[in-house]
Write a protein that binds this ligand. Structure first.
Ligand SMILES: NC(=O)c1ccc[n+]([C@@H]2O[C@H](COP(=O)([O-])OP(=O)(O)OC[C@H]3O[C@@H](n4cnc5c(N)ncnc54)[C@H](O)[C@@H]3O)[C@@H](O)[C@H]2O)c1
Length: 439
């Protein structure tokens, strides 16, 4: 059972589990993301079909009928119990959450909605599992960004003993999870979720896995990359609210828009392709978990700074040009290089990872260029800031010379961009067929 089956990751997981295994797969979603996208005028690169149409396409292409869809609201506990009783899943993957830090920082309503949706929805699933079948393995999407504000050289997978000095004395904390600190309300919800999983595994003897998921990039997996598999495309946001950094950069590159680095770009991020993410989840679903166990995995392959990412794209396509804009977030680069322990079950994904990263990026760029006429540049630059006074208080990007996003287009450095924009506009105007954003 995949919660969030109408989402970027959830649909990709459903497709892979459906095609590559003998599992009966049920996708569960309340379709709320389609409403949130309207609220912030977010855009999709590729038309994202409705679940029933995607399942019909899946049957047509693969000849299989082992994927079902159920519209269920996770905030409705009774409905969660009902769908679990109906399908009796052996594994539940929860990818059904509000996934955007900017959305959670937009206003009080969205901050509260992020907390209630992400925390209560998750609690409802745990509660339902405890009442129906404690043998279910519950795999919950966390975020590697939960460690983002912690300046540490190592993030272990397991609980550890910590010692620290305070006012001249040394103290200990025994068997503790690594401290986590959020830089926004979305990540705060993820930290709370993590602790709730830990609590429920402990008190109810549940089998739980938290996937501390790094930033995912990529638009396709093996099942839907070919142009003729267009109808199986997943949700792919490229806007400033719901897109992840690398997906946005590649879209910028595809249309000749400068890659807009927030601040000095020294802030680092973990990365993993959509295709590796999906492969790893197939392994997580097979893991043998003991009752009461809370297993943590760090799902990433590469780590680098945002500026390094832009440099990598410049290497792949020499037409790429990067520029720095004022950082709308409050985030720091930290003093320490953060090494994250890798679980044995996915260690093989780390082999040849640099070469694989370049290949995956080239593949994404090729895909993005197919749909570049769909890209609306007005949704790419950030409009939501962490500070309430519009000032940049970030530890990175605090320098005054960085251009504020709204002023970006009026700057001299963007002249080339303006010319290309005009050219793209003309191309779009005379394009034979306009592809709509959604079907
Ligand atoms: N995409 C990434 O790079 C990334 C990185 C780290 C963690 N994650 C986590 O992975 C998960 C999936 O992310 P995504 O990028 O696929 O997001 P997405 O927005 O594309 O998908 C989430 C889906 O969950 C559904 N949903 C949300 N609340 C629901 C509710 N109350 N009941 C039923 N359905 C609900 C939405 O309608 C949407 O279809 C999220 O938990 C996110 O925090 C994603």
């Amino acid at each position: 059972m995949i919660l969030g089956g109408d989402g970027y990751l959830g649909w990709s997981l459903g497709l892979a589990f459906g095609n590559r295994t003998d599992y009966q797969v049920v996708l569960v979603d309340n379709m709320i993301k389609r409403e949130w996208e309207k609220e912030v005028s977010a855009k999709l690169l590729v038309p994202f079909k409705k679940p029933a149409d995607r399942l019909a396409e899946y049957k047509k292409i693969f000849g299989k009928t082992n994927i079902a869809f159920e519209k269920v609201e996770l905030m409705d506990q009774k409905a969660v119990v009902k769908v679990i009783k109906k399908y009796k899943p052996s594994v539940i993957i929860n990818a059904a959450q509000q996934p955007s830090a900017p959305f959670s920082m937009m206003n009080e309503k969205n901050a509260a909605a992020t907390f209630s949706n992400n925390i209560i929805g998750h609690l409802n699933v745990l509660w339902a599992i405890s009442e129906t079948d404690k043998n279910i393995t519950y795999i919950k999407l966390g975020s590697a960004g939960s460690y983002g504000s912690i300046d540490t050289s190592f993030v272990p997978l397991n609980k550890i003993d910590l010692s620290f000095e305070y006012k001249g004395d040394t103290h200990k904390i025994l068997e503790s999870w690594m401290p986590m600190h959020a830089g926004d309300f979305y990540h705060q919800s993820k930290i709370s979720d993590f602790l709730i999983s830990d609590l429920c595994a402990n008190i109810w003897n549940l089998k739980t896995i938290t996937v501390q998921q790094a930033t995912i990039f990529g638009a396709t997996i093996e099942e839907n990359h070919a142009p003729e598999r267009h109808g199986l495309s997943t949700r792919f946001n490229y806007d400033a609210v719901f897109s992840t950094v690398l997906n946005r950069f590649v879209c910028q590159l595809a249309i000749g828009h400068p890659l807009t680095i927030y601040g000095d770009g020294k802030q680092s991020t973990g990365l993993i392709s959509l295709s590796d993410t999906v492969d790893n989840f197939l392994k997580f679903a097979q893991m043998d978990i003991d009752p009461g166990e809370h297993v943590v995995v760090h799902n990433y392959t590469n780590r680098c700074s945002i500026a390094e990412l832009a440099t990598l794209l410049e290497k792949i396509d020499t037409s790429a040009m990067a520029t720095h804009i004022q950082n709308p977030r409050k985030e720091g680069a930290g003093k320490l290089y953060k090494k994250m322990e890798v679980h044995d079950v996915i260690a093989s994904q780390h082999e040849d990872k640099e070469a694989k990263l370049e290949l995956e990026l080239a593949r994404l760029l090729e895909f993005t260029k197919r749909y570049k006429n769909n890209i609306d540049t007005s949704v790419i630059l950030p409009k939501i800031t962490w500070s309430k006074d519009g000032q940049d208080h970030g530890q990175t990007g605090g320098k005054k010379e960085y251009v504020k996003a709204p002023e970006f287009l009026s700057r001299k450095s963007a002249k080339t961009y303006a010319a290309r924009e005009f050219f793209n506009f003309i191309v779009r105007l005379f394009a034979p067929k306009k592809v709509t954003q959604r079907q």
